[in-house]
Design a protein around this ligand. Structure first.
Ligand SMILES: Nc1ncnc2c1ncn2[C@@H]1O[C@H](COP(=O)(O)OP(=O)(O)O)[C@@H](O)[C@H]1O
Ligand SMILES: [Mg+2]
Length: 444
């Protein structure tokens, strides 16, 4: 490394990461809070090493893996392009999205990007001349077996010019202490093959974090200190018993003077047989806050006559028409429903020619409830005080995690469940947050 490069590097690599930078360990784990420079530092380190070897005319390849192939382009691919540009090397590479790779023109050295959702394909991989392997967002992988299955293949295919293939893991720790990745890192602590580091946004000695980012972080800290500890300090805070901190649902008697309902969204959870059907009318305000304006709730419990889908369809239509008429200037941006709910969706479409938007629920419950938790932690959730909304408050108050010890027999510690009783408005509120995550700025 020349002196000139050293000076430049010290202006892009935070001092916190010097020991990571110099570590000779074969396995490196970086965990910590959001915005703590893990991904950017790893990408820069990979590029600097890559550059060193390619300048000597060597061929070295790098493999980057994320749990899901769908997320590659927006994350790791973009991250490597970012690092390439930081080092002023943009023109030295050829960029391809399908197949996803970035090729160094002169040496043919390549960055490959794969989804970890297909371990078999990873295992049968034929990329040789490897320099490094990076698992980004490692907590999102199914379990540590993916690493155990994949690593040997890649480690075998080491480039001649390197001593070893460095395997790097980065992630933000999940809240749940029983999550496999939290247990895994505990197991690796003290193992000399593993370099383990924890970072937070407070490690920003170079002043990269913008004023706007700091203000957002402050709002989490002010509203929900535990959520802040988790999201930004990277602490494993546990799930607690109650899913929500009720103090964060702000009840209001009327709409605020200095804000207005800019858009309306509806969200439906449908019950079967004895369970209830609910529809929430939610206003999104000019300031980006969320107000639960009205609630439709029908429970067939204890009734001899239970409403048929055709009647529920009519009820929902009436409810939407009525509640929306109070906000004539606010367009309805979405009517969300559980995507598995075929019956009522078809019925509603046949009756009214309007499609209810199915929300994909193929994720852990902890991930689903994190959408509302995130919004709440920013102090952005309000409820209009009225009789119809009482059920919303009651159910959110009662909403709790199943006991980890006494819960269902075959429960999976990686995937804690909620007590599924009187949770319909809770589900509907989650669907709303999930289905409007972009609009609400809930990045995951
Ligand atoms: N060298 C740098 N120069 C300017 N901004 C940087 C630099 N390194 C990181 N950043 C910015 O800091 C923020 C957080 O970094 P990131 O690596 O994404 O954190 P993490 O992966 O820990 O969540 C990003 O917005 C990134 O663009
Ligand atoms: Mg990151």
């Amino acid at each position: 490394m020349t002196t000139y490069q050293k000076i430049k590097l010290s202006s892009i690599v935070q001092p916190h990461f010097f020991s990571f930078w110099n570590s000779k360990a074969p396995y490196l784990i970086l965990n910590g809070g959001r915005g703590s420079f893990k991904s950017s530092t790893i990408s820069i380190k990979l590029l600097v090493k890559f550059k060193k070897h390619t300048q000597q005319g060597n061929k070295v390849n790098v493999v980057v893996v994320r749990e899901n192939a769908v997320n590659l382009r927006d994350s790791v691919y973009g991250q490597i392009v970012w690092a390439i540009s930081k080092l002023g090397m943009i023109r030295e590479f050829r960029y391809s999205v399908s197949p996803m790779k970035i090729v160094h023109k002169r040496t043919g050295s390549t960055f490959y990007f794969y989804g970890g959702d297909n371990p078999e394909r990873l295992k049968s991989n034929t990329v040789g001349d490897l320099m490094a392997l990076w698992y980004e967002e490692a907590a999102n992988f199914k379990n540590a077996e993916v690493f155990d299955q994949t690593n040997p293949t890649f480690i075998r295919q080491k480039a001649e010019c390197v001593d070893q293939v460095q395997v790097i893991y980065s992630y933000n720790p999940p809240k749940n202490p029983f999550d496999w990745v939290n247990k895994w890192v505990d197991e690796k602590t003290g193992d000399h093959d593993y370099f383990i580091d924890k970072s937070t946004y407070l490690d920003d000695e170079l002043g990269f974090t913008t004023k706007q980012q700091l203000e957002l972080i402050e709002s989490y800290k002010r509203n929900d200190y535990d959520y802040y500890r988790w999201l930004y300090l990277g602490e494993v805070i546990g799930l607690g018993n109650n899913v929500y901190n009720m103090a964060l649902f702000h009840e209001i008697d009327e709409l605020p003077d200095d804000d207005y309902v800019a858009q309306l969204a509806y969200s439906i959870d449908v019950g079967h047989q004895t369970s209830a059907t609910t529809c929430l009318c939610i206003g999104i305000t000019g300031k980006g806050n969320v107000i639960v304006l009205d609630t439709y709730y029908y429970s067939p419990e204890g009734r001899t006559y239970k409403k048929a889908p055709s009647e529920l369809s009519k009820d929902l239509h009436e409810f939407i028409k009525e509640s929306a008429s109070d906000y004539p200037n606010a367009p309805i941006i979405k009517r969300t429903i559980d995507s598995a709910e075929g019956g009522l969706r078809n019925q509603y479409y046949n009756d009214y020619g309007t499609r209810l938007h199915g929300v994909n629920k193929a994720m852990k419950k902890v991930t689903m409830v994190d959408y509302p938790q995130d919004l709440l932690a920013q102090g952005r959730v309000f409820i209009l005080r009225k009789k119809e909304n009482e059920i919303f408050i009651e159910q959110h108050q009662q909403y709790r995690w199943e006991d980890q010890k006494t819960g269902k027999k075959n429960h999976n510690p990686n995937d804690p469940q909620v007590v599924k009783e009187n949770d319909h408005t809770c589900d509907a509120f989650q669907y709303f947050c999930m289905d409007n995550k972009r609009l609400l700025g809930l990045k995951k």
